[in-house]
Design a protein around this ligand. Structure first.
Ligand code: GLC
Length: 746
């Protein structure tokens, strides 16, 4: 059985766990399985007089949403000094893209294709959160999301399992550091297990139904990557999977997570999800809900009030073996011992208040710069490409509801982020233009969600007086993205599209800057606006990062982690689609188009199959040229693919053919043909960030082996098969054209 985190397998640690367990009463054991949310109005008076009483009695093992060291130490003191066995509490919090130093939302961080940088942001978040007594974050969220209607696309790394797995590892390593017992380490929590991103119709909390092949090929890899990276906790998801609610599913929680992956940490439910098994309809009462959840492998009940109130009777009535409780307690105690909570239970509540130091801002700015994606950059009325902004531009009109919005830049799940820490685009732009004698005309123009056009005139007037318009539009981060934020329309909310059309009608050159937590439908903008930048929600350094990119101080390198549609009706939309028996030959499908005029092809009659902006797309201010792909072999034998060692190298030369330095995300895609399964037209199996000076060429090599070449067969096994043909594509987006082929032989 693989050991996913040796720190949890340590013999001495487990001896301490078992010694403590042996002393515990049933109620004290159950107390370790109970988590409540601080600061939440208490439940029915009978349930919880107050936490202090319960903690002193050993009835609570964890609190979430305690955000400051003083409160954490107050409760911890009760647990450590007043409870009979002095077992410390573990504090959890949603530290999703930064704690106080708020970075771009995770979807934006994924657009950087820079796991090393993302790991640094997670490390910084861990040092800040742990200072407040938080030693456990409910992150990374690694749900693959291919339906832009789902609001939680923003919280993950997008549509692709390879990119998602790379980001999952980065967050886990950043949060947990080298040693969990380091006081600045925080336990990662891989969520939401499993396949929450595939909710039917993109509707929040909805059911998920898919084949085991799809589950294992697309949705499970990032969870497994996080577990293999050493993540010590997992959170079950709200959805049901193939008819079984994930919070009480022995297939995912025990068979896959424990028996196949060897996970030794613990599983916490999502908020109140144990109790909601009643709403799912698999329990007629909370006792049954508790019995099904604990038996399936759900160790800790977050705010469900079920384990606390029902488990003891279930054990005494013989409906739940005490051994089941013991194993859940062991898993939780392992993590508490590994974190060193018994030795270091308290936070330093004398620590100085948070300051967004220059070092913190520098990382936040770098993260934001790398997350920005230049979607379009065309000439305007004979002028060269609009971006970077040329020195001749003297007056800039900054319009739209995001240009001077601080809180909006933090996006959703911004934790302890403080809007006052945000440097807006207006602030940064005015400072820059003042330094060069330029002028900024600011007009908000409209709200995010309104039909009122009272601000239009001032905005249009500013545009008319300007040499260039920066128009900031998008969706409202805190209310239109994240949890419980599914949208059935993916256009710009309110009357923003009308403002866009009115500003474009002035004939002035327009740069559209989009703030969103998901792909939006930007079809009209793509046809009428010269330059478009996807900014996601860039965090506290939004303004400086945007100005550095817009003026070319930093060359954009971001690439899309999700496909942007022409129309909402294309959703769910993603690169790695299956070819079908009647492929329509769209730009990003790999086989030669058949007679595109043919009617009877797999496509819509009113929009293309292809996305408006494809996965992996992102422009630069320079141009990267790709030489043909070369392979170290034309054939690979199955025998060479035992284990994970590389068996083949794919290379190309990348040249910076432009006049400015730039960083390119070189991407490698594979297509498999001749297999026992229909395989996607392309799937990402490698990426590297390569920085090139003007005129510089670099030889870029990817190593390919079983992990990259394998796929899930009809028996749910990960295999390679003799007689299959692989096409390797390498380029700057999923539309890469340079390719080469090899075969797998016996
Ligand atoms: C929420 C979210 C989950 C979060 C948890 C604790 O409902 O689904 O992602 O970690 O509750 O806040």
């Amino acid at each position: 059985m693989p050991v996913t985190n040796p720190q949890l397998a340590d013999k001495h640690l487990n001896a301490r766990v078992n010694a403590l367990l042996a002393k515990m009463t049933l109620e004290e054991k159950i107390g370790q399985l109970v988590q409540y949310s601080a600061g939440v109005p208490t439940g029915p008076a009978t349930d919880r007089q107050n936490y202090a009483t319960m903690i002193a009695a050993g009835e609570v093992g964890s609190l979430l949403n305690v955000g400051d060291a003083k409160t954490a130490n107050m409760y911890q003191k009760i647990a450590v000094e007043q409870s009979r066995l002095h077992i410390p509490l573990i504090y959890g919090l949603d530290v999703i893209h930064g704690d106080r130093t708020v970075f771009p939302v995770p979807l934006g961080l994924a657009a950087s294709f820079d796991p090393a940088m993302v790991k640094e942001t997670a490390r910084m978040a861990a040092t800040e959160a742990s200072a407040d007594g938080v030693r456990w974050t409910f992150s990374p969220m690694v749900d693959i999301a291919r339906d832009a209607r789902w609001g939680r696309v923003v919280e993950g790394a997008g549509e692709d399992p390879y990119l998602g797995s790379a980001m999952a590892r980065a967050y886990v390593h950043g949060y947990q550091g080298d040693r969990l017992s380091d006081p600045t380490s925080i336990a990662a929590c891989v969520k939401h297990f499993a396949a929450y991103g595939a909710v039917t119709a993109g509707r929040e909390y909805n059911a998920v139904d898919m084949s085991d092949v799809m589950l294992r090929q697309v949705y499970l890899p990032p969870y497994q990557a996080a577990i293999d990276a050493g993540a010590v906790t997992v959170m079950s998801s709200f959805n049901s999977l193939n008819g079984v609610p994930a919070t009480a599913d022995p297939y995912t929680l025990t068979q896959i997570l424990r028996n196949e992956w060897g996970f030794q940490g613990f599983v916490v439910s999502d908020y109140h999800a144990v109790y909601e098994l009643i709403d799912h309809g698999i329990a007629l009462d909370s006792a049954t809900a508790g019995q099904k959840a604990i038996s399936a492998g759900l160790d800790m009940d977050m705010e469900g009030n079920v384990y606390h109130m029902r488990l003891a009777a279930l054990v005494r009535d013989g409906q739940v073996p005490e051994a089941t409780i013991d194993e859940a307690v062991r898993r939780i105690l392992r993590v508490k011992f590994a974190l060193g909570l018994f030795e270091h239970p308290y936070a330093d509540d004398k620590a100085p208040a948070y300051v967004a130091t220059p070092e913190k801002r520098a990382l936040a700015r770098q993260a934001a710069e790398e997350s920005l994606v230049l979607l379009q950059n065309q000439a305007h009325l004979g002028q060269p490409k609009l971006l970077p902004i040329r020195p001749q531009v003297h007056t800039i009109a900054l319009l739209g509801p995001f240009g001077d919005a601080q809180g909006e830049m933090l996006g959703s799940w911004s934790g302890k982020g403080n809007p006052a820490d945000v440097v807006t685009l207006r602030t940064a732009l005015e400072a820059r233009m003042k330094a060069t004698g330029g002028k900024v005309l600011y007009a908000q123009g409209t709200e995010i969600l309104t039909q009122s056009e009272t601000g239009f005139a001032a905005a249009i007037d500013a545009a008319k007086q300007s040499d260039l318009v920066l128009l900031t539009l998008g969706e409202d981060g805190p209310t239109m993205t994240g949890e419980a934020a599914s949208r059935a329309h993916l256009g710009l909310p309110g009357n923003q599209e009308k403002l866009l059309e009115a500003v474009v009608a002035t004939g002035k050159p327009v740069v559209l800057i989009v703030f969103s937590g998901r792909p939006l439908v930007l079809d009209w903008a793509a046809q009428h606006v010269s330059a478009i930048v996807e900014a996601w929600f860039p965090g506290i350094e939004a303004g400086p990062a945007l100005t550095n990119i817009l003026f070319g101080d930093v060359n954009p390198s971001g690439k899309l982690p999700v496909s942007f549609p022409y129309a909402m009706g294309q959703e769910p939309l993603y690169l790695s689609q299956l070819p079908t028996g009647r492929p329509a030959g769209d730009a990003n499908l790999s086989h030669p188009p058949r007679n595109a005029a043919e009617k009877y092809l797999s496509r819509y009659i009113d929009v293309p199959n292809a996305p408006l902006f494809p996965f992996g797309h992102g422009l630069s201010y320079t141009e990267f040229n790709y030489a043909p792909v070369t392979l170290s072999a034309q054939q690979v034998s199955v025998a060479q693919l035992q284990g994970n060692a590389p068996a083949l190298e794919a290379s190309t030369d990348v040249r910076n053919a432009g006049a400015v330095a730039g960083t390119e995300v070189v991407q490698l895609y594979l297509r498999i043909r001749g297999a026992s399964m229909e395989e996607p037209v392309r799937q990402l199996e490698g990426f590297q960030r390569v920085t090139l000076a003007p005129g510089e060429t670099k030889h870029v090599t990817f190593s390919l082996g079983f992990p990259e070449m394998s796929f899930i067969n009809a028996q749910s096994q990960r295999v390679v098969e003799p007689g299959t043909e692989y096409t390797v594509y390498i380029g700057g987006s999923s539309q890469a054209t340079q390719s080469a082929q090899f075969n797998i032989v016996k």
